[in-house]
Design a protein around this ligand. Sequence first.
Ligand code: NAP
Ligand code: G4F
Length: 338
Amino acid sequence: MKKTALITGVSGQDGAYLANLLLKKNYKVIGSDRRSSRSSLWRLKRLGIEKKVILEELELSELYDIKRLLQKYKFDEIYNLGAQSFVKSSFNSPLYTSNVTGTSVLKLLETIREVDPKIKFYQASSSEMYGKVSEKIQNEDTNFNPQSPYAIAKVFGHFTTQLYRESYNIFAVSGILFNHESPLRGEEFVTRKITLGLVKILKGDLNCLELGNIYAKRDWGYAKEYVEAIWKMLQQKKPRDFVISTGKTYSVKQFINETLRFLKIDAKWVGKGLNERLINRENRRTIIKINPKFFRPAEVDILIGDSSKADKFLKWKSKTKLKELVKIMIESELNNYI
Ligand code: NAP
Ligand code: G4F
């Protein structure tokens, strides 16, 4: 029997990769987007699947939109990937973020309970929930200490998912995914900002890239691999939450240095603190500088995930190393540059 799945946030990075994976597995894929984002289906187009996904309009903050959609189709699985997902913006729009990223999870689960409690539900939880970390390496049992309105909203979604699983016997699980990147990453996130920015500099279309805290460290994996883990979580006999990560951490500055190496840009770091900058040795121009505008009111300094539970139950392990990830992103940047 062909399964029917709903992916909220299908226009985003993970939504596009997951839709592609489910189509390959012969699912009927309903992807929800907002009317306002019809122009931003570039990721589905890049993967050549924009005509294969059935698009339905859904504003996640609207309970009636959710009900209408769950009554229209008989879903086997729902993947809740839609969110206001940019941490920095959550400080400017905390109420909006708590509504779209947090409370919408409750709306989805309450509707599942009412319409069809057999639907399996995946919640996109985040390593940002660990915040100021209480353990050096974070796993499913590590306490949360969120440092942004975004992370607080995700903690709400996480515990709501757990509650509906334990109270109502709904197959509802969370994947606690650490940062994952790809050529389909939004341009506002730091890895894509760096790969696109440095390619623009190389092409002469940008003089200098401005960044915030280049000493923040993240556990960066490859998004295309991470959606396989997401799918596997809903194929298990027993509903369980999983950490998905690489187990390695690198600073933003290390990510920049890898990108420079790959692009063969000969540059050196000079200065300290707000005056730290990167100078192109060939023409002595400053190509990266620090702008405090990109600092956050509260920062997550370092994240490292332990995904051994995923290895044990899902037979999933991250494969792509940081160097390869940079290569994949830069090659795509160069191939798609207009
Ligand atoms: P993304 O590229 O920013 O995509 C977010 C999606 O949510 C977009 O399709 C967006 O639609 C949609 N959306 C935003 N506001 C909405 C609203 N009010 N109603 C309906 N849809 C809305 O994010 P991603 O990187 O693919 O991440 C997918 C999910 O995983 C998110 O929930 C994110 O918080 C979570 N997560 C991501 C990472 C990561 O490293 N990528 C790690 C952990 C967890 P528009 O195109 O209309 O804006
Ligand atoms: O790329 P980022 O904006 O990602 P962040 O904040 O880690 O959040 C991403 O990963 C989470 C999983 O842990 C997801 F839940 C979330 O939805 C999102 O996908 O920033 C990464 C780091 C931060 O410490 C930030 O302060 O890079 C630092 N950074 C330094 N300069 C910058 C910049 N970040 C951005 N976006 N832009 C800068 O100029």
